[in-house]
Write a protein that binds this ligand. Sequence first.
Ligand code: CTP
Ligand code: CA
Length: 224
Amino acid sequence: LEELDMRRDLAGRRVMVTAGPTVEPIDPVRYLTNRSSGKTGYALARAAAARGADVTLVSGPVALPEPEGVRTVHVETAREMLSAAQEAFATADVAVFSAAVADMRPREAAARKLKKGEADVLLGTIELVENPDILATLGAAKRPGQVVVGFAAETDDVVANAQRKLSSKHADLIVGNEVGGGRAFGTDDNEVWFVTAEETYGLPLMPKDRLADRILDVAASFLP
Ligand code: CTP
Ligand code: CA
């Protein structure tokens, strides 16, 4: 019974989750993107809904079904994700930024399909510009009592980078994980570090749906 009560601990709360990659067009048929299955974000949205929250999932293109009982907003580019997230963030009690946002986009998407031999693409460079940092932008605009959770996907120095991102992005919790070499991407399990202002600790390897609940436990503990 206690466990059943626990699972409604987010009733009356609004939760926003960003998930999946963003895609940044080069031309009508090609794009730049990041590796991301969306599994962690979708697991978070499902877990939050199961705990009674009103959930908005802002998702880049993924091959996953929309979670039941969740408002899913589909976006493609980082700029589209920022505006959808901004809207949901305004009324969110908890915001979790699990999307693998493309840090850069082509300065201009060509209006027509580029042909193989076009020198500026194949022989030269595609000019890139920086995308907005969705977490840092919204984290900086956080209201008192609003809880912000971010991720840090790192190939090296997971803990140090996660600690740095906690403050630079105004997050209450950073979930740090090592990526590359077949870890994390697309798998169902994940081994991570939790970094808050008070403490840093590692979690045992666990399925992404259990990890989602652990993340929500920490987020819920910060709610006023
Ligand atoms: N993030 C975001 N918008 C971006 C880039 C990142 O919202 N344009 C969020 C991610 O969803 C994640 C956190 O910021 O929660 C950290 O993302 P990560 O890629 O690890 O860090 P970056 O700040 O982009 O730095 P770098 O990729 O250089 O390590
Ligand atoms: Ca990045």
